[in-house]
Design a protein around this ligand. Structure first.
Ligand SMILES: *Cc1c(COP(=O)(O)O)cnc(C)c1O
Length: 368
């Protein structure tokens, strides 16, 4: 890659291939793989990532909302797409774009069936989500008979999968709770299957589930963060490759005298002679104010430069005293060093939030 001359998010599709193969290698060959590409594929680019995953042979894709699924269909993506959190106002659009809903509550199932009646469909694929302890979305165990009463004998709908989501798959201190979720899901799934008379695909594990509970991989797994290079565990992170690298450049260098201040609200007050660099990257790009005032560091020519003062909308300032660099030099905000996980932790957050927050204003470039 030539050095960048502006702020860019570099997206390494070779790293995506590596991560996909690594995660697959932890699974039985027959276990299906659903790739989660919601939120612009964790802040990268959902179309390019989905195209690559489709070429790699992924079985399923998932997004959170209907509009995200339509964007993939408009780009020519053919794989089945599960919409994890559809809103009923979009059910018509969803059916017209061949998108498959997660149905998670009696109201939602009823509304979907009503919408289906207006379309001439046979065996329209739907996915039934059960709540086993996350208490976010999902039918409860005692809804099984209601679900069956709604779908049995209906020709226009087919339950192609049943699933649940773990609350703490990355946290081995919560192993007992996770195992109770797994058991509870297996019980619900068996009851539903028995009464339904056929076996929908069962799926439960996210990325950390694949790492920590592979014995419960069931028929399919759902992975997001692992594909993008993070496993919520240092040992696993070493074996994955970050897909996204956020790079920027030095716009201007200033020499600051003792007692001067830098940035809005004069939040940084210099104790001595300092050298600062202004970067074309701010909270509107996804690097929020919580990274400012000495919390986070960026990488300039291999050296760590702290963000000083308040992060502005379109700019931030770093202390480069003692770092050999000049205007137009490249700056790594996150990638290999620091990783998105390391940078996120300086602001008490996680790689998921940092990655998905990189705004659409940042140009995406791709490494094939
Ligand atoms: C986002 C999401 C996933 C992916 O989780 P990762 O931790 O990124 O692998 C899986 N399942 C559901 C229901 C989700 O909402």
């Amino acid at each position: 890659m030539p050095r960048t001359r502006e702020t860019v998010l570099e997206i390494d599709l070779k790293a995506l291939t590596h991560n996909y193969r690594f995660l697959k290698s932890r699974l039985h060959p027959e276990t299906k793989f659903l790739a989660v590409v919601k939120a612009f594929a964790y802040g990268s680019d959902s179309v390019r990532i989905a195209q690559k995953l489709e070429a790699l042979g992924v079985d399923y894709l998932a997004v959170a909302y209907v509009a995200e699924g339509i964007a993939l269909r408009d780009a020519g993506i053919k794989k089945p797409i599960l919409v994890l959190h559809p809103q009923s106002v979009n059910f018509d659009m969803m059916i017209r774009h061949d998108l498959e809903p997660s149905l998670y509550a009696p109201r939602v199932l009823k509304e979907f069936l009503e919408t289906l009646e207006k379309h001439n469909q046979k065996d329209y694929p739907v996915h039934i989500k059960f709540n086993t302890g996350l208490n976010r979305l999902g039918f409860w165990e005692n809804d099984v008979d209601f679900i069956l009463s709604q779908v049995n004998g209906k020709k226009d709908i087919k339950i192609v999968s049943i699933f649940s989501h773990l609350a703490a798959s990355e946290d081995l201190n919560e192993k007992d709770f996770t195992i109770s979720q797994i058991k509870s899901f297996e019980k619900i799934a068996s009851e539903l299957e028995e009464k339904l008379g056929y076996s929908p695909i069962r799926h439960l594990l996210n990325t950390s589930g694949i790492i920590n509970y592979p014995e419960s991989q069931l028929d399919m797994v759902r992975s997001g963060i692992g594909l993008y290079g993070f496993g919520n565990e240092a040992e696993i992170d070493k074996q994955l490759k970050p897909v996204a690298t956020l790079k920027t450049v030095i716009s201007q260098i200033h020499k600051i005298e003792p007692g001067e201040t830098v940035g809005y609200n004069r939040a940084y007050a210099s104790q001595g002679y300092r050298v600062t660099a202004t970067l074309p990257l701010g909270h509107a790009d996804g690097i929020g104010r919580h990274y400012g005032n000495g919390k986070a560091f960026v990488n300039i020519n291999g050296k760590a430069a702290p963000i000083i003062g308040n992060v502005c909308m379109d700019m931030l300032m770093v202390d480069i005293t003692g770092i050999e660099c000049k205007e137009c030099d490249e700056v790594i905000v996150f990638g290999k060093n620091p990783s998105a996980e390391e940078l996120a932790s300086t602001a008490n957050t996680i790689s998921y939030e940092l990655l998905t927050g990189i705004s659409q204003r940042v140009k995406r470039i791709f490494i094939e």
